[in-house]
Design a protein around this ligand. Sequence first.
Ligand code: CA2
Length: 155
Amino acid sequence: MITVHVLNGPNLNLLGRREPQVYGHMTLAEIERMVRERATGMGVAVTFRQSNHEGQLVDWIQEAGAQGAGIVINAGAYTHTSIALRDAIAGSGAPTVEVHLSNVHARETFRHRSLIAPVSLGVICGFGPMSYLLGLEAIHRALAERSPQDTPSKH
Ligand code: CA2
């Protein structure tokens, strides 16, 4: 079965409670529910986690790689600063899609650079919670292409 680890970085536990004008009204628990519902429909197993700690995220990226899982990651502010996360993604070999709620390119210039984008399959940003669903769809297709035996046959 295709497995996807959805990893969330610093401060995303505050979603829905502060800065709704930037990040919307949905809490991370609500986003998790929405992702799980969609994943169930796709026949994808999901591990959904959040941490404020860089090293914890590194451990989870390595775990996903060791399990042969894909990753959808909203690394929060670590996106723009973390060589450790970039090295973990590259070293884990886990196919990874970077997602963001906000359109980081329409915000401050320090958010325009991502250290993890070059080691990710692609980046989805600016669609609010839907960015996670688009990320799930993208990683599902990428993983299904790699191991077609995991995809239900059309005939
Ligand atoms: O748009 C995104 O998803 C971000 O990854 C969110 C990060 C930000 O540093 C990135 O540049 C873009 C910030 C997450 C913090 O979330 C909060 C939610 C509510 C209140 C305060 C912060």
